[in-house]
Write a protein that binds this ligand. Sequence first.
Ligand SMILES: [Ca+2]
Ligand SMILES: [Ca+2]
Length: 105
Amino acid sequence: MKRTGLIVWMTSLLAMAASSAVAANRKSNRTPTGPPSAVYAKYDVDQNRKINVEEGEAVRKDYAKTPSDPLLKPYDTNHDGVMSDAEIMAIPATARAAALLKKPK
Ligand SMILES: [Ca+2]
Ligand SMILES: [Ca+2]
């Protein structure tokens, strides 16, 4: 009898650990909040805090047209004059994240 109680206790402990792991995972996947970064304010047309294919295409086109654009230039991290998918994905969504990125290390 005592043994069964211990197993039940351990099982519920495991379930609790698993659900808090899920909660932590959910937290890290949440949509960023706060004012958008300058790039997102301009290009995240549907304001879902993600750059989709069409929005990314607009970023790419504008950057190809004006490679000196101070808004996009800092994010062309390999300085090849082309905005790659990875570079577009790396653009911070919020003004706060952008400010943190610009801070000298
Ligand atoms: Ca969007
Ligand atoms: Ca590039």
